[in-house]
Design a protein around this ligand. Structure first.
Ligand SMILES: *Cc1c(COP(=O)(O)O)cnc(C)c1O
Length: 517
């Protein structure tokens, strides 16, 4: 036997190292250092432009032989990490993504180490039951059934009380899939026969889903995917508080009944993405009941307010929804990639059941029996950690605090001369805009003036991001049926954001505006 290894053998050994050495201390230490550096700054981002980054990442060949760990990490440091967005900065108050609780970072290591697949018990064991328990905990927070009910459901192998998904979009898809199937279940199984076949069998020629004009675009996306068609979303206008217009909603429901138009679902939004408004859920639940329609509440943003005594009333009626979407990676402060859908009835999940002999056996507790996703990570660990460590009171405190900071900021804008508040925050999202000096005090503005102010605010927001010190986002806001304007959008979720940070964001904008004017 020869002692001389071929080059090929040396490199094969090299890749085996990543499996044989269970700790990889050098890599761990270096990553730990990068994490510290990442957390050390409040800057939002570097000044590198999208075009610059396109150039940085233009090389397409995969290395023949793996590069060294230090070389790889050096590339990450130089080209990637510093040019991400610091979503945890207290000056980043324009999107729904913010700072994570510190225990999530070590938890992420644990979850990656265990590498469980909760699609089935055989690849996750305890975590399947841990997930069912967490769904029941959230179900109780929203629907507040008796403890015995939860004991029964958890003890039996019926469908779980919901589903952990990869985000709010997938949660909404699951909910609308249930709604579609349930609405036609007396005629045939839609999963089996297909939507249009069953719709025909039921004697309908048209089918809709009803929601407000502020419904999240994932609702439309779901309708495309589920074969109902994006156009089947009937958008009801909102009133001056950006809540669904109940008079028009009733008229629409009556009209659908008269014309024999099939309705899969009525969708309420609890915390609209665009401007943070909450639909009147109790009144919508009344209408859903009266017209026999499935009621889904998209509380991707606002759902965690169930924990707040002070603000829970925004969700009055949510416990009458057939299903509720709550995003984990928004106000539950979980890492990116976690959504939740809760079903009021444990029967609902059965409407989207899949079975396969080799993997998902009927009557097993396998979580993969319901929903569209297959292999899934044990995201339940983050959810349980947060629910247990933060607790109901902890969540209430965090949410109340960000809402109060938001309202303080809105009040400052209201009393300023250079900014104009576009909508009052119902919780912790609102819109405003900068009014350049020559337009101040001249409202209401002509269409041309509004367009000029729009252009100014677009430039302002773009420049603010490219400077990278502070951040708010931007949208086009429908002020009334005639007028839409560009709005700067504030979302305050970071528990470390204080009114002083908000003032600094406004000051940053003032100085950018001064240069622009
Ligand atoms: C964020 C959001 C969604 C979509 O959730 P993703 O997690 O982005 O998929 C749906 N509805 C509302 C109201 C949202 O705010």
């Amino acid at each position: 036997m020869s002692n001389v290894s071929t080059l090929e053998e040396i490199y094969t050994d090299f890749s085996m190292r990543y499996f044989e050495d269970k700790t990889n201390g050098i890599f761990s230490d270096s990553v730990e250092k990068l994490i510290h550096e990442f957390l050390a700054t409040d800057r939002i981002t570097s000044e590198l432009s999208n075009d610059d980054l396109n150039d940085v990442f233009s090389q397409v060949s995969i290395p023949e032989q793996g590069v060294s760990e230090s070389e790889y990490l050096q590339g990450m440091t130089e080209n990637v990490i510093g040019h991400t967005i610091n979503t945890g900065s207290p000056y980043f108050i324009g999107h729904m993504t913010s700072l994570l609780p510190n225990f999530m970072r070590p938890m992420a290591k644990l979850v990656a180490t265990m590498n469980q697949n909760v699609v089935k018990v055989e690849t996750s064991k305890s975590l399947t039951f841990y997930e069912k328990q967490s769904l029941a905990m959230l179900h109780k927070a929203v629907y507040n059934q008796r403890d015995e009910y939860y004991q029964d459901v958890l003890a039996s192998h019926t469908s779980p009380l919901g589903l952990i998904t990869s985000g709010g979009t997938l949660a909404n898809i699951a909910a609308l899939q249930c709604a579609r199937n349930q609405s036609l279940s007396t005629f045939a199984d839609v999963e089996e026969e297909g939507f249009f076949a069953v719709l025909n069998k039921a004697g309908f020629t048209e089918s809709v889903v009803i929601g407000s004009s502020l419904a999240h675009y994932s609702i439309e996306k779901s309708l495309g995917l589920l074969g109902l068609g994006k156009k089947s979303l009937l958008s009801i206008p909102v009133d001056k508080h950006q809540k669904i217009d109940l008079v028009k909603l009733r008229e629409t429901l009556v009209d659908c009944a008269n014309k024999r138009i099939h309705i899969s679902a009525l969708v309420g939004v609890a915390g609209s993405t665009e401007c943070g408004s909450f639909d009147p859920l109790a009144e919508m639940a009344d209408l859903a009941e009266e017209f026999g329609v499935y009621f889904h509440v998209d509380a991707a943003w606002g759902g965690p307010l169930v924990f707040s005594d002070e603000h829970r009333s925004l969700l009055d009626g949510i416990d009458r929804a057939d299903s509720v979407t709550i995003d984990g990676h928004k106000q539950l402060y979980l890492p990116m990639g976690i959504g939740i859908v809760l079903f009021k009835s444990h029967e609902t999940g059965k409407l989207i059941t899949n079975e396969a002999n080799y993997i998902i056996r009927a009557a097993s507790p396998d979580l993969g029996r319901i929903g569209v996703e297959g292999s899934r990570p044990a995201n339940v660990c983050y959810l349980q950690a947060a629910l247990c460590l933060i607790g109901k009171k902890g969540y209430a405190h965090l949410l109340d605090k960000s809402i109060s900071t938001t309202q303080q900021m809105a009040n400052e804008i209201l009393s300023s001369l250079d900014f104009e508040l576009l909508n009052k925050p119902q919780a912790n999202i609102f819109l405003y805009r900068f009014i350049p000096e020559k337009y101040r005090g001249l409202a209401p503005y002509s269409l041309e003036d509004n367009q000029a102010i729009d252009r100014f605010n677009i430039q302002l927001q773009e420049q603010q991001l490219s400077q990278g010190m502070t951040f708010v986002s931007r949208t086009t806001f429908k002020v009334n049926s005639e007028l839409s304007v560009v709005g700067l959008r504030v979302v305050i979720a970071n528990p470390l954001t204080t009114i002083d940070h908000c003032r600094a964001v406004l000051e940053d904008q003032r100085s950018i505006a001064e240069n622009l004017e």
